[in-house]
Design a protein around this ligand. Sequence first.
Ligand code: UDP
Length: 242
Amino acid sequence: MEPDSGLPYKRVLLKVTGEAFTKAGNQGIDIEALDHLAQEIMDVHDLGIEIAVVVGGGNIFRGAAASKAGMDRVTADYMGMLATMINGLSLQDALERKGRHTRLLTSIDIHQLAEPYVRRRAVRHLEKGRVVIFAGGTGNPYFTTDTTASLRAMEMQTEVILKATKVDGVYDADPMKDSSARKYKELKFIDVLKDGLKVMDAAAISLCMDNKLPIIVFNMTVPGNIKRVLMGEDIGTIVRGG
Ligand code: UDP
């Protein structure tokens, strides 16, 4: 699929946290939230932009939290990775209900449900105009789906990572708790690491920094926002540079 001329991006990776699959404060999957997410992805895809999506699993299970409560960390992390499979399947279903071609690729073999992740195959799917969904995280415990997003973005050679959140960018304090919190328009990777700013975990940020892959953090609960970001509108926070 050829992109519209004038668009700043041709191929992007969208990282969607598990929270986007449910209503605020809830767990599990909410069909309305899911359909909103699918529609937002389709609106971008309709522009002719190739889009790969890494799905989180926090709406169902998080390994670190379960291990704090006493569960074996590795087992808990594998459960978290399986949770991302459930989200991946539900996003695939929502997109296909709307007639979109998709492929679900997994880092953990579940061959009845999804294709095993093979880089060249994933790239080919993107070139053929399919929405590619990555589930199963990196396939390794002690990692997160943020790190998965950085890794897959590099492998797919996307131009940017879109980190979809519930706030409209990165702040110097929690804007939900502190009304004087200030939003950054632009940040350097090194400052994110130095100041411990909540963008993505340190492993994910380091990977992006080493490979000069920018991240745009934006609020995806506002309808049309993914598209706005990709049309070059100045919303959210962009993280790039030394
Ligand atoms: N996970 C993992 N390895 C990975 C990716 C994810 O072990 O490469 C596990 C980890 O337990 C994590 C859970 O899967 O807590 C869900 O992923 P994440 O917390 O990144 O989801 P999100 O916060 O984006 O919803």
